[in-house]
Design a protein around this ligand. Structure first.
Ligand SMILES: Nc1ncnc2c1ncn2[C@@H]1O[C@H](COP(=O)(O)OP(=O)(O)OP(=O)(O)O)[C@@H](O)[C@H]1O
Length: 594
């Protein structure tokens, strides 16, 4: 399909068949908000479940569910209040807002325009002679402003407690770290996951569910002791990946690197073994849920794209309509988040790490003489005592002099060294408090759903008729199986179809029961929403050798076999889990000519 066709066909199908559509259309609609219809909600929920199964359950991680609204100090600490901005340029003619970096990237060779300052972006817009995509007016001379993406709200009546809708689920994990570490028995490494809504007041939402203002993230914060916890790569070292490292992006004829996780970590292409581990399991997970791996890559962030505290960062990207879409980010966040909350919050964001052997250390201590400090410094005496303790830890040699100078609230205060009762003690320490480092895989569920639909969208011809179908993986398809009585006027046949549908539903399958129209039309309807298997109950299944049998048809190939009703649940369980293929079913049963 040519560029643009894939998205257009997908958006049309999504609306017609109940995957997703713009919200609040009865009131004119509002940009950047989408409703998932019955098919889409089921597909999305299956993708979330598959993520949970892999990244929470199989990894032995802890899942939490935190509120989506959090008070302002959280975002002061996290840096979102000051720095979570995109660049906005407004058209003077029609008033439409645009994301300046996207405009520049769409109209030049530049790939990392987000690293420009607003002034540089304005200059670039003028140099390139860019015009408003909505009305065509010249944008030269328009200023570019930083625009904070967080939605603000007031918590409770009045406006005294500002709050924000979280722009990422991660902060809910970091803020609750002091409590969660107890559940993890203070034992590093451990991971905490959360699947939930995040909100960003995107300047120009686009590409349907790819860039919205309310979306779902599935995030894993993996807490480690960087000195002791090493990633075990044995399970992923042979996983083959297509990498697009920063060095290649910067080279004129930059190319992909086809390698394995083990080699990429060993060669230093992936700068951190933990990141390598998560890229490896992500690669395998995307493949199981149905991403076309020929249209998938991991792209390393360029130095300018990375946050200052992050030593390495990769995005998982999928290709749709010739564009690469970021569907997940993998970032080494160091101790930035927990240190910030430790600094701003009123709790302990460290973990006590026991040494293998207790250590004997010499420690400088003070025992300030409060009977002297009290009368001399009054209300400041406690601060002076605290400053003496800090100085002893930081610069014990300072106590060799007769006096020490302390900074108390910006004021220099000189104190006689004798008052401090300084000494060096020998102590035995069992361990130390450390601030864990964080490795973060952050998945966008909506962009995954979009990719799965785009990569599954196929067209072919059946019996001379054009057909479009979604070759979704049976593990995530919204409907697992269609059940069709061939005719609706034979009681025995309808009874058997009812029984089959009831048995499959009881076994946990999402079943669509359809008795209207020709069998061909019923197949087409299910093909279009990606139902992988359809079961038809016909007269041959009622009597003689074939009694209590049905036919099962596979969506992509259209092939059918006849099998006993008693084997249905077991067969479908294997097909859905991917432990059996339809070829196995074809081998073991009587093939029915279509
Ligand atoms: N506005 C959005 N709509 C839908 N999904 C989003 C949106 N913003 C982020 N995501 C998803 O959340 C994931 C993690 O968020 P992250 O903060 O790394 O995104 P980002 O780098 O800011 O994305 P972008 O550069 O595309 O705005 C992304 O990989 C993406 O899948």
């Amino acid at each position: 399909m040519s560029e643009g066709d894939e998205s257009a066909a997908l958006t049309e199908l999504a609306k017609r068949r109940g995957f997703f559509f713009g919200s609040s259309e009865a009131y004119g609609g509002v940009g950047g908000f989408y409703t998932y219809g019955p098919q889409g909600a089921a597909l999305k929920s299956n993708v979330e479940e598959a993520w949970r199964e892999r990244f929470a359950v199989q990894e032995g991680n802890l899942e939490i569910e935190a509120p989506t609204i959090m008070p302002e100090p959280v975002f002061e600490a996290s840096g979102h209040l000051d720095g979570f901005d995109d660049m906005l340029v407004e058209c003077a003619e029609c008033g439409e807002s645009h994301r300046a970096d996207h405009l520049i990237e769409d109209n030049s060779e530049l790939e990392d325009a987000e690293t420009l300052s607003p002034e540089e972006a304005a200059e670039k817009i003028a140099d390139l002679g860019l015009v408003c995509p909505t009305c065509g007016a010249d944008l030269a001379g328009q200023s570019v402003e930083d625009f904070n993406l967080m939605f603000e709200t007031n918590i409770g009546p009045g406006s005294s407690t500002p709050g924000y809708l979280r722009p990422e689920t991660a902060q809910g994990i970091f803020v609750e770290f002091p409590r969660i570490k107890e559940y993890a028995r203070n034992s590093l490494p451990f991971g905490v996951t959360q699947v939930g809504r995040a909100y960003r007041n995107e300047i120009s939402p686009r590409k349907s569910i790819v860039r919205t203002r309310e979306f779902t993230q599935a995030e894993l914060e993996h807490f480690i002791d960087p000195e002791r916890d090493e990633a075990d790569l044995s399970a992923v070292e042979d996983v083959e990946v297509l990498l697009y490292p920063a060095t290649e992006q910067e080279a004129d004829d930059g190319d992909y690197v086809e390698t394995t996780i083990g080699e990429a970590v060993e060669d230093g292409v992936i700068g951190n073994a933990w990141l390598g581990y998560f890229l490896g399991i992500a690669q395998e997970w995307y493949e199981t849920v149905g991403v076309d791996m020929d249209r998938f890559r991991f792209r390393q962030h360029l130095a300018g794209e990375r946050a200052h505290y992050s030593s390495d960062c990769w995005d998982a990207e999928s290709e749709v309509d010739g564009d690469w879409i970021e569907i997940a980010g993998f970032s080494y966040r160091s101790d930035y988040d927990l240190s910030k909350h430790g600094e701003y919050g009123d709790d302990d964001f460290t973990v006590f790490q026991q040494y293998d052997e207790p250590k004997t250390v010499e420690r400088a201590v003070v025992d300030p003489d409060m009977a002297t400090l009290g009368p001399e410094f009054g209300a400041q005496a406690a601060d002076v005592a605290e400053a003496l303790e800090t100085l002893a830890e930081r610069d014990p040699d300072a106590f060799d002099a007769d006096e020490v100078t302390l900074d108390i609230d910006g004021e220099d205060i000189t104190v006689d060294t004798d008052v401090a009762n300084f000494s060096v003690e020998t102590q035995t320490e069992a361990g130390e408090h450390i601030t864990p480092h964080v490795v973060e895989p952050s998945f966008g569920i909506d962009r995954t759903v979009y990719t799965l639909l785009a990569h599954a969208y196929e067209t072919d011809e059946v019996d001379g008729e054009a057909r479009s179908y979604l070759s979704l993986s049976p593990s995530v398809a919204p409907t697992n199986v269609g059940v069709f009585p061939l005719v609706s006027n034979v009681d025995e046949l309808v009874d058997l179809a009812d029984d089959v549908a009831a048995e499959l539903r009881a076994a946990g399958f999402a079943v669509v029961y359809d008795d209207s129209g020709s069998i061909g039309r019923r197949y087409r309807r299910q093909d279009e929403v990606g139902t992988p298997f359809c079961i038809t109950i016909d007269r041959d299944g009622l009597e003689g050798d074939g009694a209590n049998t049905v036919t099962i048809r596979e969506r992509d190939s259209g092939k059918q076999v006849r099998l006993p009703v008693d084997d249905l649940v077991g067969t479908l369980v294997g097909l859905r889990a991917g432990t059996a293929s339809f070829d196995d079913v074809l081998d073991e049963n009587e093939v029915v000519e279509a």
